[in-house]
Design a protein around this ligand. Structure first.
Ligand SMILES: [Cu+2]
Length: 402
């Protein structure tokens, strides 16, 4: 059975306006700094009817109690006993047994089934979860087999959830006022919540287009640069870790919602299976909610010889990104083709790939310091067929050795 070791600790993350924000968070490295979001717990379920129990050892390096809750999972035992909420007098402190400063506590979590979930602190959650004490939990179906066309699925074979690549998008916000109050031990009124930064995997634009494990963002190792090839099925695992709802819109095509809150949108009745999955223009992930989407892009006719598209070059001032002299235009409307670009303009499309935005349609969500773009736009990059390495967007089959 898989065992995961987590430490609750603190750290700092940078913001696009050059500030450093104090955070709390989890790390799976002893002596490591807090990570935002916490390390994804990825486990493969045991064959059906055999319970899968994940052991999570939490060591608390913070100065107040910290605990872990696992929304959507089955029974949780703590140090072998049934879990209990914790009170101080008549005041609820934790939804579940917590670790006091310096202590280690062991949770045994019985999984309910495959899907995308969150784990988070159950202690003063209005403060601790918002400070960063949260992460994603991904449960793979028992028949999961990576790189197998029918068995690389979100919910199991024959559930219509096969995918070619997968990306984790943990959505949240940062109110620097809260973080500053916590850093200096001052009181904070949650009613005054005023997030200045909306984040995907802890990052604002343009950190959202950095890849997995980019060295300059060590506390935030999960990328949100969606890289794919035409026709591929891309599983987007969205998890709402903040207080706000985030309406994400992938440009280029609608996405199909195949799972909500770690439940497959399919009903198996006596007379067969009813497919309850649906396509949406904009997909809302609410606080505490998870949402599994499958996104495909198949642009018809991107052949310069057989399907010439009469396209006029945009004006130069519309092609550049601000005054940088960079553009997302390759100089050609054809996938995988680069054309002439005038003047000093340099193209970001290194091999003529297409870029679409994947962004929040909430206005505060796509601005930062009052300007667009900021906050939570990310990008989808469609690469010409056969040019993308298979490892892009592949999370490990299991994050911790069984
Ligand atoms: Cu949009």
């Amino acid at each position: 059975m898989p065992t995961v070791n987590l430490w609750a600790t603190d750290g700092y993350v940078g913001t696009p306006d050059g500030k450093n924000v104090y955070i709390w968070g989890f790390t799976d490295k002893e002596g490591g700094a807090a990570q935002l979001p916490g390390p994804a717990i990825i486990v493969k379920q045991q064959p059906y009817l055999i319970p899968t129990v994940v052991t999570v050892n939490l060591t608390n390096k913070l100065a107040e109690p910290v605990s872990l809750v696992f929304p959507g999972q089955g029974e949780v035992r703590v140090n072998g006993q049934p879990a209990q909420p914790q009170y101080q007098g008549d005041k609820l402190v934790s939804f579940i047994n917590h670790a006091l400063p310096g202590e280690t506590i062991t949770y045994q979590v019985t999984l309910t089934g495959p899907g995308t979930f969150l784990y988070e602190s159950g202690t003063y959650p209005h403060r601790q979860v918002q400070m960063g004490l949260h992460g994603a939990m991904i449960v793979r179906p028992p028949d999961y087999l990576g790189l197998h066309p029918e068995k690389q699925t979100a919910y199991g074979r024959n559930t219509g959830t096969e995918f070619d690549r997968e990306y984790l998008l943990v959505l949240g916000e940062i109110d620097p006022g809260l973080h500053q109050s916590v850093e200096h031990g001052l009181p904070y009124d949650t009613g005054e919540f005023n997030p200045r930064y909306r984040t995907i995997n802890g990052k604002c634009w343009n950190g959202t287009v950095s890849g997995d494990g980019d060295g300059h963002l060590p506390a935030r190792p999960y990328g949100s640069m969606i890289m794919m090839e035409p026709g591929e099925k891309v599983l987007l695992r969205c998890a709402g870790a903040g207080f706000e709802s985030h309406p994400l819109h992938p440009h280029g095509n609608h996405a199909r919602v195949v799972g909500l809150d770690g439940k497959l949108l399919q009903n198996c009745g006596i007379s067969g299976t009813t497919d309850l999955s649906f396509k949406r223009f904009t997909i809302l992930t609410g606080p505490g909610q998870t949402c599994d989407l499958i996104y495909t892009w198949t642009g018809p006719g991107y052949e310069p010889d057989t399907n010439p598209i009469p396209t006029r070059l945009p004006q130069i001032r519309k092609m550049a990104l601000a005054p940088t002299g960079l553009t997302m235009w390759s100089g050609s409307p054809y996938l995988g083709v680069k054309g002439e670009l005038p003047g000093e303009i340099e193209s970001c499309n290194q091999i003529g790939e297409y870029h679409f935005m994947l962004n929040s349609h909430g206005v505060p969500g796509i601005t930062g310091q009052g300007a667009f773009p900021g906050g939570m736009p990310a990008m989808i990059a469609v690469y010409p067929a056969g040019t993308l390495e298979p490892h892009h967007g592949m999370l490990p089959t299991e994050s911790h050795t069984p």
